[in-house]
Write a protein that binds this ligand. Structure first.
Ligand SMILES: Cc1cc2nc3c(=O)[nH]c(=O)nc-3n(C[C@H](O)[C@H](O)[C@H](O)COP(=O)(O)O)c2cc1C
Length: 209
């Protein structure tokens, strides 16, 4: 089993990556692999709402990292979203990635239900906003949100600050990793005895009539 983690922070090896790795360490202890794709360092085009992804095999007209992620998604059994806080929310490039990823895969049969979670880190304020913002992507995509014993947030300007001074944040990530591994193993162990719900094509009622 393997999990995909998207690091939406500008820094490849910053606080976000260290928080994701704490989750990954717990997954590894249970024999679950994790690949991390860093999507935060380059500008990423936003969604044009051209709707071509609906007739284009679930691919975006901007042929970039988003299409790479779309192609890779079926290989994975779980998804972790992580990022730093930029002005009380998620960084711009990561928002562009997530908007397009979700819009293009909206009708991608078979991706869910799989476990997923969202992590946000900051220096001082805004991690709750960001983690809730990321949660919005999980809440509408047939994913099973996994939680820890506190909100999945960490504090630190640099990784060493987070790792040495935010004992609760470090523990939160460790517990999140344990919970994530456990739910993956339960789902795997029951995959034949308890069939997954069949995908239902979404009904779109654009407003209440
Ligand atoms: C453009 C920008 C805006 C930021 N805004 C906030 C903020 O609103 N609140 C906060 O606590 N930290 C803010 N920070 C600091 C980062 O969230 C913090 O240093 C974080 O740990 C960086 O994680 P990383 O190492 O994974 O990039 C901001 C940083 C940048 C570059």
């Amino acid at each position: 089993m393997k999990v995909l983690a998207l690091n939406g922070s500008s820094n490849k090896n910053g606080v976000t990556r260290h928080a994701i790795d704490l989750v990954g360490e717990e997954l590894a202890k249970e024999g679950i692999g994790m690949d991390v794709i860093h999507v935060g360092a380059k500008p990423v085009a936003g969604c044009l709402d051209c709707r071509k992804c609906r007739t284009n095999g679930h691919h975006c007209v901007h042929n970039d990292i988003v299409n790479t992620i779309i192609d890779k998604l079926p290989e994975y059994d779980g998804l972790i979203l992580g990022c730093a806080v930029h002005y009380m929310g998620i960084p711009g490039p990561f928002k562009s990635v997530m908007d397009r990823l979700l819009y293009a895969t909206e009708h991608l049969e078979g991706w869910g239900p799989k476990p997923a979670t969202a992590i946000a880190v900051c220096r001082r304020a805004g991690a709750i906003n960001a983690v809730q913002q990321l949660g919005n992507y999980l809440n509408c995509s047939n994913l099973l949100t996994v939680n820890s014993q506190y909100w999945n947030i960490g504090f630190g300007w640099k990784p060493e600050e987070f790792l040495t001074q935010d004992a609760e944040g470090v523990q939160t990530m460790r517990v999140l990793g344990k919970n994530f591994a456990w739910i993956m193993k339960v789902l795997d162990a029951t995959k034949d005895s308890i069939p997954r719900p069949t995908y239902e094509k979404r009904v779109r009622a654009n407003f209440c009539r």
